[in-house]
Design a protein around this ligand. Structure first.
Ligand code: AMP
Ligand code: MG
Length: 508
C-alpha cells in the first residue's frame, strides 16, 4: 500500500487534509497523527475490523488493548459507564492532556479495541491536529503508538515512516511532539485510582487534585512475579537493538564508570554507545555519545530519549551505557521507559569506579622540562588497561617553557615528541585522592614532602616501579646523557605500566 504523507501545521490547520484523513478513518483505514505525547496510529475505535488492522500494521499482540482518543469531554459517556465522581475533577485539570483513564466500557466499544477487556482506556489529547482529526472522524479514534511493536515510540513523523511506511494509509506530519513519552495511565475502576504507567502527569499532581492514588507495584520493582495491570506493560517495549545498561549512582560516579567501561571497550577495538546529557557530553572521550537533553530541564530528556534510542539502532554498537535520571517528576517516567528498554539491566556505578584506584598520574621533576615530560609521554604511549590523565609538573617553574631541546631530540629519534609541552609549577591542587604523584628522584620527593607535608600517593618513580635504578639528571650535559636518561626512563615506565595494569583488577 502507498502511504500518503501530508505535512500539517498545527497553528494553521488545513481542513482539506483533515477531511482526507478522516475519510480514511471512517472507511476503516489507518492514519498516523501527532499528539503531544508520541505519534499515534489512528483507526476508528468503534469498528472492530479497524482495530484488527491496527494490530497487524504494528505487529502488536492483540491482547494489548488500544487507547480510545476523544476530543470532547461529553463523548466520554458514550464509551464508558460507571464513571466515578473524581473523573470530572481530573478531566478539568488534566484534559486535554497526557492522561489516559480506564473505565468500564459501554457496549459501543468493540472487544477488538479493548483487547477483549470489559474496560476501555480513554484519552483526550491536547494537540490541535489530533483534536481536529478525532472530531472529523466521528469522535472516537483508537491510537496506540505509531511504531512497530518492540521499537521505541515515534516522536517524529520520520520515525513513523521508518516503521510503518507502506503499511498504513496516511501519515500526518505535524513536526516533533512536545512530551516524547506516552501518557500516564490511571485506572479509574479501582478506588483509589491506580497509576498503571507513569508519564508526564505524576502521582503528586493527582494527589493535589483528588488525594492519594495507588501505583501498580509491578512498576516499582524489576523482579516482581506479578503481571502488570496494563497488559501492554508486560511486553519488552522500547527495546533498542544493542544491549542497554543503565549505570546507576551519583552523577560523578556514573560518568567515571561509563568512562571506564567505554575505555575498556575501546581498548579492545570496540566502540560502545553512551546516552548522556548536554551537561555530561564533554566528559566522554570514547564511544558514540549522544545527548538526550539537558539535566537543567528533564522535560528535554523525556523528549529526546526515544529519538536517541532509534539513532543507536542505526549505529554499529552492540552495547549502550546510559546515565540514569532523577526518579522524580517526569524523571520517573523517563526511568520507567529506560528500564524497560534495558530489560532492567543496571550496573551500580560504584562497583566499577571502585576498580580504579588512580585516575591521574603526575610526574614531578625540578623544572618540568625533560625527565618529567619524557616519562609522561612514554606512559601515554602505553596501551594501559585503565585510562589515566597523565601529566607532569616541576618544583621550580617560573614561567611556562617548551621542553628541553635535547630531550626533544632524543624523543624524536625514538619516534615520539614533546611538541606542545609547556612546563608548569606543581600545585597543591595536584594532590587529589585519585592522583598518583611520582617524583623522578628522591630529592624531589623530599622537597615535595617538606613543602606540602605528607602526600598520600607519593612515590619516586623507581620506588613505585619496584626497580632500584636511579634516574640520572642530564641537565646541562651533552646529548648522550639525555639518551642514557631516556633509556632508564623507558625501562622504569614499562615497569610502572605493568604495575598499573596489575592494579587494574580483572577485566571489565
Ligand atoms: P500505547 O497505545 O502503545 O501507548 O499502549 C496502550 C497502553 O494502554 C498499553 O500498555 C495497554 O496495555 C494500556 N491499556 C489500554 N487499555 C487498557 C485497559 N482497558 N486496561 C489496562 N490497560 C490498558
Ligand atoms: Mg506503544
Amino acid at each position: 500500500m502507498e502511504t500518503r504523507i501530508r505535512q500539517i501545521d498545527k497553528n494553521r490547520i488545513d481542513e482539506n487534509i483533515i477531511e482526507e484523513a478522516a475519510e480514511i478513518l471512517q472507511n476503516g483505514g489507518l492514519v498516523a497523527f501527532p499528539t503531544e505525547t508520541v505519534y499515534g496510529l489512528g483507526a476508528d475505535a468503534l469498528q472492530e475490523e479497524a482495530a484488527r488492522k491496527t494490530y497487524a500494521a504494528k505487529g502488536r499482540p492483540s491482547d494489548n488493548p488500544l487507547i480510545v482518543h476523544i476530543a470532547d469531554y461529553e463523548d466520554l459517556r458514550k464509551i464508558a459507564v460507571n464513571i466515578p465522581a473524581e473523573t470530572d475533577m481530573l478531566a478539568a485539570h488534566f484534559w486535554p492532556g497526557p492522561l489516559t483513564m480506564i473505565f468500564e466500557k459501554s457496549p459501543a466499544v468493540p472487544y477488538g479495541t479493548t483487547g477483549g477487556l470489559d474496560t476501555v482506556a480513554v484519552r483526550m489529547p491536547v494537540d490541535p491536529v489530533a483534536a481536529a482529526l478525532i472530531r472529523a472522524a466521528g469522535g472516537f479514534v483508537s491510537a496506540p503508538s505509531a511504531n512497530t511493536s518492540g521499537r521505541p515510540s515515534p516522536t517524529t513523523a520520520e520515525h513513523v515512516a521508518e516503521d510503518l511506511n507502506g503499511k498504513i494509509d496516511m501519515i500526518l506530519d505535524g513536526g516533533p511532539v512536545d512530551i516524547g513519552l506516552e501518557s500516564t495511565i490511571l485506572d479509574m475502576t479501582v478506588s483509589p485510582p491506580m497509576i498503571l504507567r507513569p508519564g508526564a502527569i505524576t502521582a503528586e499532581m493527582f494527589e493535589e487534585v483528588i488525594g492519594p492514588v495507588d501505583v501498580d507495584q509491578t512498576l516499582l520493582s524489576a523482579d516482581s512475579v506479578q503481571a502488570p495491570k496494563a497488559p501492554g506493560m508486560k511486553y519488552r517495549h522500547y527495546a533498542p537493538k544493542a544491549r542497554l545498561f543503565i549505570v546507576e549512582g551519583d552523577l560523578r560516579e556514573e560518568i567515571l564508570a561509563i568512562r571506564q567501561l567505554s575505555y575498556a571497550a575501546h581498548r579492545k577495538g570496540k566502540e560502545v554507545g553512551i546516552i548522556a546529557t548536554a551537561e555530561t557530553l564533554p566528559f566522554y572521550n570514547h564511544g558514540i555519545v549522544k545527548s538526550t537533553g539537558s539535566r537543567e530541564n528533564e522535560k528535554t530528556i523525556a523528549k529526546g530519549l526515544y529519538g536517541v534510542l532509534r539513532e543507536f539502532d542505526e549505529e554499529n554498537v552492540d552495547t549502550i551505557y546510559s546515565e540514569s535520571f532523577a526518579a522524580q517528576g517526569i524523571g520517573k517516567a523517563i526511568m520507567n521507559r529506560l528500564e524497560k528498554a534495558a530489560g532492567h539491566q543496571t550496573i551500580p556505578a560504584a562497583d566499577i569506579v571502585r576498580r580504579q584506584k588512580y585516575r591521574r598520574i603526575l610526574f614531578v621533576s625540578s623544572t618540568d622540562s625533560a625527565r618529567g615530560p619524557v616519562a609522561a609521554e612514554l606512559l601515554r604511549n602505553r596501551n594501559l588497561k585503565q585510562e589515566y590523565v597523565i601529566g607532569s609538573a616541576g618544583m621550580v617553574v617560573l614561567f611556562p617553557e617548551p621542553a628541553n631541546q635535547k630531550a626533544e631530540a632524543i624523543m624524536k629519534s625514538a619516534g615520539m615528541s614533546l611538541e606542545g609541552h609547556s612546563s608548569r609549577q606543581f600545585d597543591r591542587e595536584d594532590i587529589q585522592e585519585d592522583s598518583l604523584v611520582l617524583a623522578v628522584d628522591g630529592t624531589i620527593k623530599e622537597k615535595l614532602i617538606s613543602e606540602y607535608g605528607q602526600i598520600n600517593n607519593l612515590y619516586t618513580l623507581n620506588e613505585f616501579a619496584e626497580d632500584d635504578t636511579e634516574i640520572p639528571d642530564p641537565y646541562g650535559q651533552p646529548l648522550p646523557a639525555y639518551g642514557e636518561c631516556f633509556e632508564v626512563l623507558k625501562k622504569l615506565v614499562q615497569k610502572l605500566a605493568d604495575r598499573l595494569d596489575s592494579l587494574a583488577e580483572g577485566e571489565i
